[in-house]
Design a protein around this ligand. Structure first.
Ligand code: 26M
Length: 822
């Protein structure tokens, strides 16, 4: 009998080709005569989607059991990156599909490039959530990611005249083949109004919330495949809509436009991602967003728990809820409200359940970045939640008093409410009080949390605290983005590293192998050549693939010190101007990153990079030995081109400011060497790579504190260092800004008079370190050896390791085997 593969599940090249053609015709409604590249992309996306649905449904079936514990990852952001390539890798059908597409007369890479990435995040925090979903599925841990389905994600960045311009991100424009709406699972969320006390039938004192508005949350589900296993978890994002009944009511009263207005107001909630990576001001819509997705998610979690026959008293046995920073921390008050007000559970029991269910990850030490909401705003939007927070606080402070009698200073410091002329709810305090576990995202960060930001919480409940150093997924960040390197590694040590990144250690024995070294170098050169071609297409700039590719990509922020990098570039430029014959290592400096639209200094730093690029790239004395590139619109897609092509990774934040960093890990895995401070996860990267394979500079956290304590004066450094002085004077003079003397005045002013992030203090150390980098690069054999050792020793920074630690220490979650159902 002839075996015929099903068109929707078959994996042979022939079947894939047939299914692809079929989808082009029946879903896109096109044939080859009129199909656009996007039609082909969509036809392929649906072909792949068909092949993962069976896993998805089988996974749901395997996990929908009372004894299964599910991890719920609550995050305001999920920066997933394009799905197509990743799903091909997970399904293990990349090569078959490439062939099927080729035999259809097309190019797979070109179709993959068609996908508009879902930019539902700002940077590190959102991308971390995406890596964690990948690892949860890879480890077969039942998990749901809950968040918001923003209609407009992070803005697209264009550069005009050197300045950043923001363009609306219309990512849903051509449809999204990776999501499935589940309108049958819609939930309601209430807002505003007031509360009333009453006594219920059992004579118990209760509170009723009389809300003013209702919003409806519609879930959109995206499958998240495990790497070469049968698991497919769910990313469930909520879209805000108006309740239908509300429309009709107004319509019947004849207020048609009023109804339309209310509908628009409701839909606003999931309209746009706030493009800040710090809460600059407490905007009401942002709090509405947070409460909206958290309330939808908690109702969904409780619904599932009851559906499998669980009792609410046992919620913590079937659910572990992780708070990705404080953005979803209103969930603690909301769960208390659901348990106490809606499900009539007594306060103490409800508090036990809540604390046992929630855990909180902190992602920042910057005091200005800690979320707090004005009491007035909070109370008008969530009157019942404010009461609940007061009651949590009253009981919490009672406990504190019992443990530290008479310590009123401590009470004020620990209170969930910040007193003063304007009062605030402190969200980090709510998250800390309401969770059984609190963690930082790198060893240093977790230590500093205990010493600084959450010191009083640590003294109160030291057992809650732990460190969970961040990690990134090797599937996207090596296999998918650097296939040639992945191939070489697998050929040399087998392919176990993809699921067990520690195995990369076995590469150490090739570090001195000439043949291996030359293949390693050749792959880097190929990746650099590809990036150079992309740079030419995007900016018109020609860069030399044989120069040192020195790259800094991340959000633009003063504490990340992109402008310290620029100070070195100007220093090099000055040396060349002074002595055009000088022998230097040719370098290409590449920058990428977005600035928050309201962050003036960050935008000025972008302008600075572009101005310096103009001068350096066009000066005949430089003779092409230095190039400076600012690549617009840095995102996940672009990251996948950048990390594999990098030779030097810039991780130069002021010590004590960067919680972890995750780009640092992606660079290093792909064989870049790091120039960095002892900050965030750099400390651990250096520890793993070996100090001789890491370019360290700058003050330590302790030295930063000490220097600030004894009175830091940036002018001392300016006055004492002629090279630095020259650079700063040039910034002020206008030679770097076509004569516009005032352009960089705010920067110069800040550096000379305040310099909060100690650029001038670290300048000399950075310059000397960069000079060592330039020297080291001349010995290509030695450089390659260091590069191989960096990759070989990055096993710790797999998100699989991080997720295992969360499962064991915080969530108590275990793998559930998925059997494929026909
Ligand atoms: C808050 C309120 C209103 C608008 C936006 C926000 C907001 C959004 C994102 C605040 C912070 C946000 O992200 C912070 C962030 O990305 N932190 C980074 O987290 C990474 C993952 O742990 C770390 O590696 C980085 O060091 C840390 O900066």
């Amino acid at each position: 009998p002839v075996q015929i593969e099903d068109d929707r599940t078959g994996l042979s090249v022939e079947t894939l080709k047939r299914a692809f053609a079929d989808n082009l015709f029946y879903i896109q409604g096109k044939n080859a005569d009129i199909a656009t590249l996007n039609d082909y992309y969509m036809a392929l996306a649906y072909t792949v989607r068909d092949r993962l649905l069976q896993r998805w449904l089988s996974t749901i079936k395997a996990q929908l059991k009372p004894e299964v514990k599910v991890v719920y990852y609550l995050s305001a952001e999920f920066l997933m990156g394009p799905h197509l390539g990743n799903n091909l890798v997970s399904l293990g059908i990349y090569d078959q599909v490439r062939q099927a597409i080729q035999e259809s007369g097309l190019n797979l890479e070109e179709l993959i490039a068609q996908e508009e990435e879902p930019g539902l995040g700002n940077g590190g925090l959102g991308r971390l959530a995406a890596c964690y979903l990948d690892s949860l599925a890879a480890l077969e841990i039942p998990a749901v990611g809950y968040g918001l389905r923003y209609e407009f994600g992070i803005f697209d960045q264009e550069i005009r005249d050197g300045w950043q311009v923001e363009i609306t991100d219309k990512w849903l424009r051509y449809g999204n083949p990776w999501e499935i709406a589940r309108p049958e699972a819609t939930v309601e969320v209430k807002l505003g109004g007031h509360t009333e006390a009453f006594v219920d039938g059992a004579g118990r004192y209760r509170v009723r919330w009389i809300p003013e508005r209702t919003i409806v949350g519609v879930p959109y589900d995206t499958p998240v495949l495990g790497f070469k296993n049968n698991a497919a978890n769910t990313l469930r994002l909520w879209k805000a809509e108006a309740p239908e009944s509300f429309d009709f009511q107004a319509f019947n009263l004849g207020d048609y436009y009023g109804a339309v207005n209310a509908k628009m107001y409701s839909e606003n909630i999931s309209k746009v991602l706030y493009p800040n990576d710090e809460p600059l001001q407490g905007r009401e819509l942002r709090l509405e967003q947070q409460f909206f997705f958290v309330s939808c998610s908690l109702q969904d979690i409780i619904r599932r728990h009851l559906y499998v026959g669980g009792k609410l008293e046992d919620l913590h046995n079937s659910a572990a809820i992780q708070l990705n920073d404080t953005h979803p921390s209103i969930g603690i008050a909301e769960l208390m409200r659901l348990l106490v007000d809606e499900h009539n559970i007594d306060w103490d029991t409800a508090w036990q359940i809540t604390q046992n269910t929630f855990a909180y990850t902190n992602h920042t030490l910057l005091p200005e970045a800690l979320e707090r909401w004005p009491l007035s705003l909070f109370g008008s939007l969530l009157p019942r939640h404010l009461e609940i927070i007061f009651e949590i606080n009253r009981r919490f402070l009672q406990e504190v008093s019992a443990k530290f009698p008479g310590d009123t200073g401590r009470l004020a410091r620990l209170s969930l409410i910040q007193e003063g002329p304007e009062k605030f709810v402190r969200m980090a305090h709510l998250a800390s009080a309401g969770s059984h576990a609190i963690n930082g995202v790198a060893a240093l960060h977790s230590e500093l949390l205990k010493r600084d930001v959450l010191r009083d919480f640590y003294e109160l409940s030291p057992e809650k605290f732990s460190n969970k150093t961040n990690g990134v997924t090797p599937r996207r960040w090596i296999m998918l983005s650097n296939p040639e390197l992945a191939f070489l590694i697998s050929e040399s040590i087998g392919d176990g590293w993809i699921k067990n990144l520690g195995e990369l250690r076995e590469l150490e024995r090739f570090a001195n192998d000439k043949e291996f070294q030359s293949r390693w170098r050749q792959i880097k050169l190929n990746n650099k050549t590809n990036l150079a071609e992309y740079i030419r297409k995007r900016t018109g700039l020609v860069v030399d693939p044989h120069s040192l590719f020195d790259i800094q990509v991340k959000r633009i922020h003063e504490y990340k010190r992109q402008h310290l990098n620029v100070l070195y570039i100007i220093t090099l430029y000055n040396r060349l101007k002074q002595n055009p014959e000088l022998e230097i290592t040719p370098r290409t400096f590449i920058f990428g990153g977005k600035a928050a639209p309201g962050y003036f200094m960050a935008k000025l730093i972008i302008k600075l990079i572009n101005s310096v690029a103009d001068v350096v790239n066009n000066d005949p004395d430089v003779g092409g030995r230095l190039k400076v590139v600012f690549l617009p619109d840095y995102n996940v897609t672009f990251g996948q081109r950048v990390y594999p092509a990098a030779e030097l990774s810039e991780q130069i934040s002021t010590a004590g400011k960067e919680a972890s960093g995750t780009g640092n890990m992606k660079f290093s895995m792909n064989g870049a060497l790091t120039i960095g401070t002892l900050d965030g996860a750099n400390v651990e990267i250096r520890e793993e790579a070996g100090e001789e394979n890491f370019f360290l500079f700058g003050l330590t956290t302790e030295e930063v504190y000490a220097l600030k304590a004894r009175g830091y004066n940036p002018r001392d450094y300016y006055n004492g260092n002629p090279a630095l002085r020259q650079v700063i004077d040039q910034l002020a003079s206008g030679v770097l800004s076509s004569g516009e003397t005032h352009l960089f005045a705010p920067l110069v002013d800040h550096l000379l008079n305040r310099d909060e992030y100690l650029l001038l203090a670290d300048y000399q150390s950075y310059v000397e370190c960069q000079d060592r980098v330039g020297e080291a690069y001349r010995d290509q054999e030695h450089w390659t050896r260091m590069s191989i050792l960096n990759s070989a020793r990055m096993g710790k920074f797999s998100s699989d390791r991080a997720i295992r630690e969360y499962c064991e220490d915080i969530w108590g979650a275990v793998a559930v085997d998925v059997v494929l159902e026909e």
